[in-house]
Design a protein around this ligand. Sequence first.
Ligand SMILES: Cc1cc2nc3c(=O)[nH]c(=O)nc-3n(C[C@H](O)[C@H](O)[C@H](O)COP(=O)(O)O)c2cc1C
Length: 166
Amino acid sequence: MSAIVIYFSRTGENYVNGTIKRLSVGNTETAARIIAELTGADTFKLEPVTAYSDNYSECIEEAKQDQRRNARPALQALPAGLERYDTIYLGYPNYWGTMPMAMFTLLEQCNFDGKTIKPFCTHEGSGLGRSVEDIKKLCPRAKVADGLAIRGANVANARQQIENWI
Ligand SMILES: Cc1cc2nc3c(=O)[nH]c(=O)nc-3n(C[C@H](O)[C@H](O)[C@H](O)COP(=O)(O)O)c2cc1C
């Protein structure tokens, strides 16, 4: 059996260590690539039909509204052939204390029964927040392993931390 890294990550303006920076590869995607390299896992990037704005403050507002409405943003595609995988590395940025709502769409639309979910998140201070509890609620028949929280600004130097967690 094998593993897949499924993740959400955003490029564009982001807030890094107190200043706005433009990222061409999102922090969670950087972590996802390291995990794939270390494990040989396949990868799948979640792409909502309507992406959040490149502009940081607009994105903050859009994501807040989605969370307030408990939205389930439509996804361009779902990962295919999930029955081939027994381990799912699930990656996302911390958005307002939990996962972006697009992850909720994924977890409701796919069947993770009996699989091991290994959650990892990048953040600017709040760690995993309540995301692991939310994953357990959405996937009650999956085994949810201990999560990994990586400070977004440190992600490129987090290889050892990621390797230990794997
Ligand atoms: C809409 C939005 C909400 C966020 N909320 C939080 C938060 O509640 N706690 C936190 O520590 N970081 C928060 N952040 C920072 C992100 O979690 C962090 O920058 C992350 O590394 C971004 O990952 P990405 O580059 O893969 O999209 C937020 C960022 C955005 C854009």
